[in-house]
Write a protein that binds this ligand. Structure first.
Ligand SMILES: Nc1ncnc2c1ncn2[C@@H]1O[C@H](COP(=O)(O)OP(=O)(O)OP(=O)(O)O)[C@@H](O)[C@H]1O
Ligand SMILES: [Mg+2]
Length: 236
């Protein structure tokens, strides 16, 4: 039989997540293929952030099985966590940059953690900062940058180690339209270089621009596929 598992970067089977008495995700089964762009949508509290956290083991599932890039997250030992994290780049709505480190040193972090040589770090960081259009900010500290610039630094940090999977949690939600557009373009660029993108967002512009597949959550469950007319109503 043909081995299709190679093409699936994420597989989830009957996954539940509860925080104490709050049920955040219920019976989620899904597959995400390598090279796809997938949008996670749904109202506030629907479970979007929780779903992304499960993928990088920021939270543990209460029940069910999750495979990321072939790694079984529930069975995986703590020693394997750095390896999982190297394969995943994460981008947050509020950037989560380290204020006391320069832009260069923020972006260098994942490579330092992976034990890369300083020369290679220098080369890779400057290259990704150039792609993000912020190479002139390398020596600056994040608090002196605009929100859009900070998010481009955060994208650079997420992609510098060439992860196979990029997770973004409402990456444009706190940006003005122009900065949001720059971040969308940047995500598109790294998708073009082979990364799989999973993006939680309310940004309909981004969804139509990047032409991804939409997985809509409602109260912690996957909602049936939207019809075209529903979609148009929502965009209007
Ligand atoms: N750390 C936590 N402790 C307790 N409950 C939590 C925690 N994180 C999330 N929840 C609850 O889980 C549910 C899903 O939350 P989640 O943050 O995943 O939603 P979301 O779709 O990302 O919402 P938003 O659009 O507002 O970011 C909500 O009911 C929320 O209150
Ligand atoms: Mg959220």
């Amino acid at each position: 039989m043909m081995d299709l598992s190679k093409n699936q970067i994420i597989r989830m089977f009957n996954v539940y997540k509860a925080y104490g008495k709050t049920s955040a995700l219920r019976d989620i089964s899904l597959e995400i293929y390598a090279g796809e762009i997938v949008f996670i949508t749904g109202a506030s509290g629907a479970g979007k952030s929780t779903l992304l956290k499960l993928f990088y083991k920021g939270e543990l599932a209460s029940q069910g099985q999750i495979l990321v890039d072939g790694m079984n997250l529930a069975r995986m030992g703590a020693r394997k966590l750095p390896e999982l994290r190297r394969r995943i780049g994460v981008i947050f709505q509020d950037f989560k940059l380290i204020a006391g480190r320069t832009v260069f040193d923020n972006v260098a972090l994942p490579l330092e953690a992976a034990g890369e040589k300083p020369k290679i770090i220098e080369k890779k960081v400057m290259s990704v900062l150039r792609t993000a259009g912020i190479e002139d900010k390398a020596k600056v500290y994040p608090p002196s940058l605009s929100g859009g610039e900070q998010q481009r630094v955060a994208v650079a940090r997420a992609v510098v180690g060439s992860p196979s999977l990029i997770l973004a949690d409402e990456p444009t939600a706190s940006l003005d339209p122009h900065s949001a557009e720059q971040v969308i373009q940047l995500l598109e660029t790294f998708h073009g270089r082979g990364a799989t993108l999973v993006i939680a967002t309310h940004n309909r512009r981004m969804i139509s621009r990047l032409k991804g597949r939409e997985i809509r959550l409602e109260n912690g469950s996957i909602q049936e596929r939207l019809h075209g007319s529903d979609r148009e109503m929502e965009e209007a």
